[in-house]
Write a protein that binds this ligand. Structure first.
Ligand SMILES: Cc1ncc(COP(=O)(O)O)c(C=O)c1O
Length: 405
């Protein structure tokens, strides 16, 4: 076989995730019939709201499944515009909304149509794995700024200020965050906005609000538009139904951006994927407008809150491990640094050991630009959380006691 169908530089620049090896091993162990406890899930373990499923089934029986308009079904764009206008306290019109195949697609479209070579995008670390690759595919340059555990995994305005310049096109704000779960307050968002306005005249803020409805313990998500009122309205919002309504498989994302950006992103979408799948758009419309679906979100949030508490309680008992309590999403991001380094080459080796020895699947922090940590998802049952933490504690104690060679 000849190998002259070469992979181009753009694709070669996309590095395979460091976590792939761990998740492949977890799958292999499961296939062998081993009881792997899965703390690596990036999606809710619930079913979508029953009202959504019913409505989609009804419409599938009664309607043709035709192409949707490229930027989205008008009814869904209007519903998104209406919800986001109310939430952000500003008028957002239908032509400022683009419906895409998941929030990931929304972000990829945004970077594809707005970045040019030389443009920089500031990404606070720890970060969601896909941001750097998306920026690079959009021919921009990711610039990482550490948001340390000591500062609750939140970006320090002074550290942000040090990397901002006239090439900065975007600053990414993901609140609550994947992988840490932490959320910014209005004051914190404003402090970042002040530095951005002072130091990076071309920069916009991209708010990845995909977890905004999954918040706990009194934390309330902050609309950047509201927090930055009177300072700047250079804000682009990415939102969606994947996480809050347990609808990851439907693949619907929402971009709210100036109309010329939506128009350009729709043009790219029109020549690549076309409009998002019509039944998925029906589903998203039902999720966003059906009252019972909103109640399901509240129920799911309650279940996550209980699991979060269990997770924090359990981690508290693991010696030498520190955790910043999450404000939202369904992840915790504890620091196992005390145990990585001596005995393990890195956190990937540590996570692999935890998987092999205790059958606990996690995601190593290096995938998120924060080595030494593990991302543990609590999108799993209370029983599994209790058992998994028991196993983690036993694993750590075996290390501390030197018995695990
Ligand atoms: C921070 C963040 N943004 C965006 C997405 C993508 O969401 P979607 O499934 O709607 O593409 C995810 C999914 O893991 C995420 O964690």
């Amino acid at each position: 076989m000849t190998h002259d169908l070469n992979i181009n530089a753009r694709a070669l620049a996309i590095k395979p995730s460091a976590t792939l090896a761990v998740s492949a091993r977890a799958a292999a162990l499961r296939a062998e019939g081993k009881q792997v406890l899965n703390f690596s899930a990036g999606e809710p373990d619930f079913r979508p709201p029953a009202a959504v499923t019913r409505r989609v089934v009804d419409r599938l029986e009664g309607e043709r499944v035709a192409y949707a308009p490229v930027p989205g079904l008008p009814a869904l764009r209007d519903a998104a515009a209406s919800e986001l206008s109310t939430y952000h306290g500003r008028q957002i019109g239908r032509d400022e909304i683009l419906i895409s195949c998941g929030a990931k697609h929304s972000l990829a479209n945004l970077f594809l149509v707005t970045l040019s070579p030389g443009d920089e995008v500031v990404i606070p670390a720890p970060y969601w794995v896909s941001y750097p690759a998306m920026v690079e595919l959009g021919s921009g340059t990711p610039v990482f700024v550490e948001a340390s555990a000591a500062r609750g995994f939140k970006l320090d305005p002074a550290r942000l200020g040090a990397v901002l310049n006239e090439r900065t096109r975007f600053v990414v704000l993901n609140s609550p965050s994947n992988p840490t779960g932490v959320g910014y307050t209005a004051e914190e968002v404003r402090a970042l906005g002040e530095v951005i306005c002072a130091k990076a005249p071309r920069a916009w803020i991209v708010c990845d609000d995909i977890y905004r409805k999954l918040v706990f313990d009194g934390y309330e998500h902050v609309s950047a538009f509201r927090a930055l009122e009177g300072l700047t309205d250079k804000v682009v919002v990415v939102d969606g139904v994947s996480k809050s309504y347990a609808m990851t498989g439907y693949r619907i994302g929402i971009l709210a951006a100036p109309r010329h950006v939506v128009k350009a992103a729709a043009a790219v979408q029109g020549q690549t994927t076309s409009g998002a799948a019509t039944p998925s758009q029906w589903a998203a419309l039902e999720a966003m407008t059906n009252r019972a679906a909103q109640e399901d979100v509240v129920t799911m949030r309650g279940a996550f809150a209980k699991r979060r508490a269990l997770m924090l309680e359990g981690l508290n008992e693991v010696p030498g491990v520190t955790t910043v309590p999450p404000d939202g999403a369904f992840y915790v991001f504890p620091n196992f640094g005390a145990y990585v380094g001596d005995r393990f080459a890195d956190d990937v080796a540590f996570a692999t050991w935890l998987l092999e020895e205790k059958l606990v699947a996690s995601v190593p922090g290096s995938a998120f630009g924060a080595p030494g940590h593990l991302r543990l998802s609590f999108a799993t049952s209370e029983e599994d959380i209790a058992e998994g933490l028991r196993r983690i504690k036993a694993a750590i104690e075996s290390l501390a006691g030197g018995s695990a060679a």
